[in-house]
Write a protein that binds this ligand. Structure first.
Ligand SMILES: [Zn+2]
Ligand SMILES: [Zn+2]
Length: 423
């Protein structure tokens, strides 16, 4: 019986993996230029890292976490990045300097949900986190980084939506206002929103159901309920975005269900993704560290789904076409030619030059040229009895079709020289 991979978890290889590596590398370069350093946390965490911290009221903790149960402990496969990050920051006291510190991560996440386009059970996420800085400039920086990532790939079909969810003070009075608004309409809301009414009334604004959205349209907006400090923070943040050439729109319907979120919330959406239209998003969560029992420190961050980004890049045909190709393909005909080219190919490889060669000594010229074409080599190098007699090898430019004779005495230097000029 054939053993297949787990549903919702995919293998990556060949040309597709090459494209992923290309995209990953470029994103890491952007993080580097903005001063973010990488952090890696383990795949397994104690369940307490997520339940009682980021979770409680969200679907993630309720039903989507993969549990690993041993004799004495329950662990979970990391369902999202921020809680693991906070656990690591507090454990290693990475916040202790009191100075603004920037981190990014690129990690697989696991959620047991129905697999669909752009949503796998093992998915990959880039995340950025800036701690110890409560300023609106920090929020705008994070949004600028995310904007730069999509821009650098040539994607322009996305919207940057920003909102402020206020602080504990102004939000509490807003929640009351909102509850008073929804109370007489409770029966018309969907089942989930009825549940949300008591513990997370703001999330009703976030519901995707048509009926709930219609009702929410005339709900009072947080924009008008922000306290003076939150309002000033939000205005300054938007001012910074304008200065940073980020095109954005206000969306008062971006809400967070949990209390530790404060002030700036943002989402990047794109119609390139169809129904799953969120490319990435994030916000400020100054209250999260306190949930870990640590002294409170400000933090703002975002998450970017790689699978979603890859769909968008594919949709726009912005991915590199083929896998990289060898510079040389060696074609030795006969034992003696093989004895010369085999060590030469290894020496070139030590120089960092990809030089392909088959160790099958029974093949002839026709097969070699076919292989050189198949692997898309830039040059093929032919060495047979006739060439040996004349102390030369024949170098063929596979694209242009031109060929030249190179004296064996200077062969290595000539190949090195050409490899340096190869794209
Ligand atoms: Zn406030
Ligand atoms: Zn609803």
């Amino acid at each position: 019986m054939e053993i297949r991979s787990v549903r919702g978890m995919s293998d990556l290889f060949g040309g597709e993996l090459h494209q992923w590596s290309h995209v990953e590398g470029k994103i890491k370069e952007i993080f580097k230029s903005f001063g973010y350093s990488e952090i890696r946390t383990p795949v397994l965490e104690k369940i307490e890292v997520f339940s009682g911290t980021v979770g409680d009221e969200t679907d993630i903790v309720e039903k989507q976490m993969y549990r690993v149960v041993t004799d004495s402990e329950t662990y979970v496969l990391r369902p999202e990045g921020t809680a693991s990050f906070m656990r690591a920051v507090i454990e290693h006291r990475l916040n202790s300097s009191g100075q603004a510190s920037r981190f990014f991560y690129y990690l697989p996440m696991f959620r047991h949900e129905r697999p669909q386009k752009g949503r796998l059970r093992q998915f990959h996420q880039f995340g950025a986190e800036l701690i110890n800085d409560a300023s609106p400039e920090a929020d705008a920086e994070l949004i600028t980084v995310l904007d730069q990532i999509y821009k650098s790939f040539g994607i322009s079909e996305y919207q940057v939506r920003v909102n402020s969810v206020g602080c504990n003070q102004c939000r509490n009075s807003y929640k009351e206002t909102l509850k008073q608004f929804f109370k007489p309409k409770l029966q018309e809301l969907c089942e989930q929103c009825q549940k949300r009414f008591d513990r997370a009334a703001m999330r009703i604004l976030d519901c995707k159901r048509e009926t709930c959205r219609d009702i929410a349209k005339s709900a009072p907006l947080i924009t008008h309920c922000l306290c003076a400090d939150c309002k000033a923070h939000h205005e300054k943040m938007k001012h910074c975005l304008t200065k940073a050439n980020v095109t954005f729109e206000e969306d008062p319907y971006i809400v967070r269900g949990l209390d530790y979120y404060t002030r700036t919330a943002f989402e990047f959406t794109s119609n390139l993704l169809g129904a799953q239209d969120a490319l990435g998003g994030g916000g400020r969560y100054d209250g999260l560290s306190a949930r870990f029992g640590a002294e409170s420190f400000p933090a703002v961050g975002f998450g970017l789904g790689m699978e979603r980004l890859m769909i968008a890049l594919q949709e726009k045909q912005l991915l590199p076409e083929t896998a990289s190709a060898p510079v040389f393909f060696f074609a030795p005909i006969g034992e003696k030619a093989f004895e010369i080219l085999y060590p030469l190919s290894l020496r070139l490889k030590r120089h960092g030059i990809w030089c392909d060669m088959s160790y099958d000594k029974t093949k002839g010229l026709k097969w070699f040229l076919k292989q050189a074409n198949r692997v898309n080599a830039k040059y093929s190098l032919l060495l047979g009895d006739e060439e040996l007699k004349n102390n030369i090898a024949v170098l063929k430019d596979m694209k242009q079709g031109s060929q030249e004779n190179i004296p064996l005495a200077s062969l290595e230097n000539e190949l090195l020289r050409r490899a340096q000029h190869a794209p």
